[in-house]
Ligand binder design. Sequence first.
Ligand code: HEC
Ligand code: HEC
Length: 370
Amino acid sequence: MQLKKTMVWDLPTRLFHWVLVLAFALAWATYKDSRHLGLHTIAGYTFFGLLMFRLVWGVVGSHYARFREFSYAPKEVLAYLRSLLGSGIKHYIGHNPAGAWAIFVLITFGLLLSVSGVIVLGGEEQQGLLAGKISFDQSALFRTLHELIAWTMVGLVAVHVTGIIVESLLHRENLIGSMFRGTKWVSGESANVTSHRLVASVLTVSFLTWSAVSLNGYISATEAQPYQPFKGPVLAMNELWNEECGACHLAFHPNLLPARSWQRLFEQQADHFQEDLMLDEATFNELTNYALMNSAEEKKTEAAWKIDRTVKKSETPLQITALVYWKDKHSDIADETWQREKIQSKTNCGACHYDAELSTFQDSAMRIPK
Ligand code: HEC
Ligand code: HEC
């Protein structure tokens, strides 16, 4: 039988595929350390953008890239899988029925992954499209969902890759190579596919521009001006508080302790860690009021939300640094580090957190001084 070298996968489809792989890998590599959250979200948005492109390309793209060219009924998938065990394996130029299903499932899960990611980003970090529009409680469920979908996708990718290796061996053709070159050796009739270089160029230029713009915040960040994507509700500030409470240490924002803790701290103002705060009545009332209105229970930041959830209702902690949440977040820091000249005390939050005064405590604004 005469074999002809034939273009099957146009350039935009191949670009979509490999950049999607890279974006997924980058998102995977950056999910654990929350300091890399910025890169994680950039990878996520890229992933989402590519999927949106693929949805359009599945309708207007070249022959084998179109969804209707590889929409097979479940029974065709079963027939195909059964044929793998026998001898009469049917050869498909584009996607085979099993591969086609893998792709539809991957795209669906990819979209769910992106959407749940935007919800978690908005709720938990108060960043992105939903910043300020969704609470921590509301996004908590989506976090679990986001993780579950991600793990499911890793499983699906494994199935997809296994399928490709099996098919490559059975048909003695290099399918992975085809996904790079775009061509396959085909016998008989095949549809006419062109490279679509113009669409591919537009895709490449948009991708490069978007990467440059989104990475800019990262690359140009300095100590004085850290990368700060926080866009959530600005925390209520009080000048009198900042003045009175910022005299000896950072004016810890009220969202870092429960209301009952502030109540107790103010009751004991004459014996405040061996200091007498000597607040007059008017000041006392204004500050207490502000503290109670903006305590951890208001859940305005990720820290407040987690503090509210982790402090036992029977306890009234008087120190932020004594909170289980705080201790847990700082457990990796060695004793020697706390004694460094630029730090000296655990309550010197601003030494490591550039946004300590704003009390947003973004991971990206955190550096441990040498
Ligand atoms: C005269 C100095 C002084 C002033 C003014 C002052 N504090 Fe303090 N505060 C201290 C000292 C000393 C500590 C002990 C911890 C430390 O080493 O910073 C402390 C600790 C704290 C802590 C516990 C920190 C932790 O997690 O370990 C909180 C909360 C606190 N202060 C709140 C306030 C508030 C609210 C005000 C304003 C009403 C205020 N402080 C004003 C001296 C002061
Ligand atoms: C020696 C440097 C250092 C000091 C001082 C310090 N922190 Fe941290 N903080 C860290 C590190 C490191 C992390 C962990 C970041 C991570 O998990 O990615 C962290 C995490 C946090 C987080 C969690 C941020 C998040 O989104 O996960 C909060 C909130 C926080 N610190 C508050 C404080 C407060 C309040 C103080 C002062 C009472 C303080 N920190 C003092 C280094 C410091």
